[in-house]
Design a protein around this ligand. Sequence first.
Ligand SMILES: [Mg+2]
Length: 448
Amino acid sequence: MSRGGLARCIIHVDMDAFFAAVETKEQPSLAGLPVVVGGGGNRGVVASASYEARAFGVRSAMPGVRARRLCPDLVVLPPRFELYQLYSERLHEVLASYTPLVEGLGLDEAYLDMSNAGELFGPPASIASALRERVLTEVGLGCSVGAGPSKLVAKLASKAAKPRPARSGPQPGPGTVVVSEPEVLGFLWPMPVEALWGVGPASSARLHKLGVTTIGQLAALPGEAVSAALGKAAGQLVYSLAWGQDPRSVVADRAVKSIGHEETYPVDLAEREELERRLVAMADSVAARVRRHGVVARTLTLKLRYGDFTTLTRSHTFERPQADGPNLWTAAKALLASLELRDGVRLLGLSASGLLPVESSPGEQLQLELDGLSTGSTAGRSPAGVRERPTRTAGPAWTRATGAVDAVRARFGPAAVGPAAALAGQPTPSEYGQATPPGGPGRLGVDD
Ligand SMILES: [Mg+2]
């Protein structure tokens, strides 16, 4: 990729084995061990696997039971998403110093549009290696960086830059891979068709029937044959990708739309008290993240999945946006009270949305802090019939205490401080099921 000679330069940054790497950094005694995050209990699914674990064939999205069979010495840790969120924010601080055109994917991946940035930062290869160095120094974790003229190529390039698992210990990868425009087809064509965005198991099976296993073989077909096999829209998309054409742009999206947490339990929970205890911890964790984003939440949504996979959600809209654990918890508990528990609950989730910046409305923040001093007229009523309690806990003393708790969490990790009510019922690592990472379960399989 020559300096200034390229109109588009997209960079893809992908943290290496992110959750497992964060845990290893926090607990250095784990270094060199096969570690997974998530996958405890009978139903847990691996959310992230260290390269040492991958050497045994362990992968993300794999049932924990299978992972432990492949690697009997596997260290299985419960996920700590609040902690990963902190590291993710540090990553984004580094990325934002390059360009405002950053598009995050989950917590640990992002695209940057560095088109025409040569004047300021030098050629793509220098940007990529400087960026990687800075993430290593400032976040304290390894990442892989790919650069190319499109999102497709940048993402495949970062994948090519990854370390490789081996029984003798992880083999370092190149760390950065830069693909220039003239190199694109030579880079893409030897790869399996499954590497293309949009080629899932069904499309892949149809292409194999045509004798197509590589991207190059796909590109060699007439376009009509690809459309006939995959359908017109999908066929055209996949065919242009095979020819290196990917016009998707980097959409800057640092605005978070919702902040939530979900837990899947190893055994369905049928006792309301038990579920309430889980909710206290969830409300507290969601509230801490809401505050860290400098926002307040207008809406709280409870999600509940029964043993038979029927899923219900119930929402409450606050008359005055909230950011503290006790208020989220009160609303969450009332939402839970409005639902039957039937034979038991498989998954419980809580998310805050309708997020409003605190800074842009100083009057509102003041109002929040003075809430406790105002009259009972602040109590609201939602469509679900949930009563907001008059918020004595939102008074200035609580606000100060909340700040202190956040500071301790930031320093020692989220487990350092939790509401007392949750302690009794805190899941031990062995009971932990899968907690769905922000971004949803669809992200589970792509932790590289
Ligand atoms: Mg990754």
